[in-house]
Design a protein. Structure first.
Length: 195
């Protein structure tokens, strides 16, 4: 128990230090811009959806991985694909499939990851999109959950980007509606309760 508490405190320290950073939106090219309808990066995709939320609709969120250059305390952030174990434990992307993606980003509820977690992943080979979506679904559905179960899982394909998000029904459904409005090419692959 003490070890778990120490890990949680260390993570909170990292998050608080990252909050002091002046670089909350790394990569200026990843700001929302969906005029052409094309997706240029996983971070741009999530930023576009997040920007469509009104101030009263947004929830406390963070994004990115634990690195200073990728961490965001105000919405989506880039998630490095080099650490397969972190992608799996944080976003539910299967460790064994990480070689199939070349870009990732995340958006997570700050209070509890089971309340809302979203990962966007660019599949490097278009022929692998369906297989990767199925692998992500199996990996998330078969997880051992801590601190309660999320209500549901939704997986959407947006032009070769797999967007997987799970959590409380109202937050998942709200994000799904915003995603569909932002990207008319979005195709739902999975919309199921997590048992």
């Amino acid at each position: 128990m003490k070890k778990l508490l120490s890990i949680l405190l260390a993570a909170l320290l990292v998050l608080s230090l990252a909050a002091c950073s002046s670089n909350n939106n790394p990569g200026g090219s990843d700001t929302p811009n969906n005029e052409t309808g094309a997706v240029n990066s996983a971070l741009e995709l999530l930023n576009t959806v997040w920007a469509s939320y009104g101030d009263d609709e947004k929830f406390p969120s963070a994004g990115g991985d634990m690195t200073e250059e990728n961490m965001s305390m105000e919405g989506p952030g880039k998630f490095g694909v080099e650490d397969a174990a972190m992608l799996d434990s944080t976003l539910g992307f299967p460790e064994a499939s990480v070689a199939k993606i070349d870009d990732a980003a995340s958006l997570v509820h700050m209070m509890n990851a089971n309340t809302f977690t979203c990962g966007a992943f660019h599949v490097a080979n278009a022929a692998d999109v369906d297989a990767v979506a199925a692998e992500v679904k199996d990996n998330i559905m078969n997880r051992q959950w801590i601190c309660g179960f999320p209500d549901k899982l939704v997986i959407v394909n947006v032009d070769g980007y797999i967007v997987a998000f799970f959590g409380a029904t109202d937050l998942v459904d709200g994000f799904n509606a915003k995603l569909a409005a932002a990207y008319t090419s979005a195709k739902t692959v999975c919309d199921e309760p997590i048992a």
